[in-house]
Ligand binder design. Structure first.
Ligand SMILES: C[S@@+](CC[C@H](N)C(=O)[O-])C[C@H]1O[C@@H](n2cnc3c(N)ncnc32)[C@H](O)[C@@H]1O
Length: 210
């Protein structure tokens, strides 16, 4: 996607004021590693379209994507569990969520997602993966067991700024491997959407992964 198209798509999005405030806070205080507004609107639409009630996010940062997800989830009585390894970011996310209309629907857990996934037996309708890229394949596999059959898994940055075409670094290789698995046809209905830095979407049909 060209920068002009990305700008056009983001320009079409009406960010609710609390989300725009978090975006502005990030510009001043944090690394801008959150999803784009157009990706946020797509996630919100996906939550609404699938009727997801139990959503897991892996990689909270300071709550920007969590707020997009919660906007479709909370009015329908759904819940989001969001995992963040950095305690300072997790606390900031809680502050941002508390200042929004949807804070009560979201639980931010300070943890390494690998540890949490290894011990949880919760089941989710939708998983959004947006954490350390070198862990992507491992986190995909671990999250798969927490996703109900028919549920959806979405992963961000799966084009890795175009580097997936010819991976050089291990982090890019992990993303490329996730894309191959998700779209292989053997695990579910998978596709890579070229929105933002790439969103891989797979609807789970197979309980076990090859
Ligand atoms: C790209 S940011 C997430 C952005 C967020 N989803 C958004 O769009 O607003 C990735 C976050 O994942 C966290 N993270 C990285 N590895 C993690 C792990 N193993 N467990 C939990 N969080 C992790 C990082 O600290 C960082 O805040």
């Amino acid at each position: 996607m060209t920068p002009q198209i990305a700008e056009y798509l983001d320009g079409l999005v009406h960010e609710p004021p609390h989300l725009a405030a978090v975006g502005a806070w990030i510009e001043e205080n944090e690394e801008p590693i959150h999803i784009s507004p157009a990706q946020g609107a797509a996630l919100r639409a996906l939550v609404a379209a699938t009727g997801a009630r139990r959503v897991l996010e892996i990689g909270t940062h300071v709550g920007y994507s969590a707020l997009w997800i919660a906007e479709a989830l909370a009015p329908a009585g759904g819940r989001l569990v969001s995992l963040e390894v950095d305690p300072r970011r997790a606390q900031t996310a809680r502050t941002h969520l508390a200042a929004s209309p949807w804070g009560a629907a979201v639980t931010v857990v300070t943890c390494d997602a690998r540890d949490w996934l290894a011990t949880s037996d919760d089941e989710f309708d939708l998983v959004f993966l947006d954490a350390e890229k070198i862990l992507y394949l491992d986190l995909f596999r671990a999250a798969w067991d927490r996703l109900r059959t028919g549920g959806s898994l979405v992963a961000d940055n799966t084009l890795h700024k175009g580097r997936v075409v010819a991976p050089v670094k291990d982090s890019t290789r992990a993303i490329a491997a996730l894309n191959v698995l998700a779209t292989s046809g053997s695990v579910g209905h998978g596709t890579v959407l070229p929105l933002g830095d790439g969103l891989t979407l797979v609807v789970k049909t197979a309980d076990t992964l090859p």
